[in-house]
Design a protein. Structure first.
Length: 248
């Protein structure tokens, strides 16, 4: 009985010796180090060799290590933060040319700034109408100029293919054009300010960090105080744009 008890004590002691060590796993997933007294900083990892009692301190670059498994069973993943950072390698500034606006005789550019960790942005469009045929979603009303501000929310941050949405406001100058009561003579009013409140929904594709393509559908309300006979002051409105963006 004493002999069995002695063997069990040896087994537990041996098991405790195996468990009571830390392991440092390299990012190549092929090697690991048995260590003790592991200390992690923002740029390096300091440790002592588990099998040595000399107290010599070894140093490893943090970028080379994927995780540290401690003797108490806890694990610290060091590549998690790096992966999150690499998911945001896309440049934060976008200059976009709204290609489809040319169809309605508008020349439109916008600047977008990605904020924080890539989940939000602000965007400023600038548009010039260069023809009386540049209908912008309302019968007989044509855009002369507008600017505004969009707030975009990217639920999954930046990446190759992402969905975004958010509110936007446009303030511009529109030209109202209608017809006389007999329906034959065209009557044009003077230019006047208009306002649009929109909800933007879009998809952006970024094959490389410097280039993006996006499609945006906007729905909302328009207020045009100088609307003529054939237009309401307040009415629903919408827009679609396909954009080519340079990121820097």
């Amino acid at each position: 009985m004493k002999k069995i008890t002695f063997i069990l004590i040896l087994i537990f002691a041996f098991s405790a010796g195996i468990i009571a060590q830390d392991y440092i796993y390299f990012a190549d997933q092929q090697n690991r180090i048995a260590a003790k007294n592991v200390k992690i900083s923002s740029s390096e990892i300091r440790y002592e060799n588990y099998e040595s009692n000399e107290g010599q301190i070894y140093i490893i670059n943090r970028a080379r290590v994927s995780l540290v498994a401690y003797e108490d069973g806890t694990t610290k993943y060091l590549q998690g933060r790096e992966k999150k950072k690499s998911n945001y390698e896309y440049n934060k500034n976008l200059i976009s040319f709204h290609l489809t606006d040319l169809i309605i005789s508008n020349f439109t550019l916008s600047y977008e700034r990605i904020l924080g960790n890539g989940n939000t942005s602000i965007q400023i469009p600038v548009s010039f109408g260069y023809s009386s045929n540049n209908n912008f979603g309302d019968y007989y009303i044509y855009n002369t100029f507008y600017s505004g501000l969009n707030f975009n929310f990217y639920p999954t941050g930046q990446g190759k293919v992402r969905y975004f949405l958010g509110p936007g406001v446009r303030i511009g100058i529109g030209h109202d054009s209608g017809y006389s009561n007999d329906g034959y003579d065209k009557v044009e009013s003077s230019d006047s300010f208009y306002t649009k409140l929109l909800i933007n929904n879009g998809i952006i594709f970024s094959p490389i960090p410097e280039l993006s393509l996006s499609a945006v559908l906007s729905l909302g309300m328009r207020y045009f105080p100088e609307a003529g006979k054939y237009n309401d002051e307040v009415r629903t409105t919408g827009a679609f744009s396909f954009n080519l963006s340079y990121r820097f």
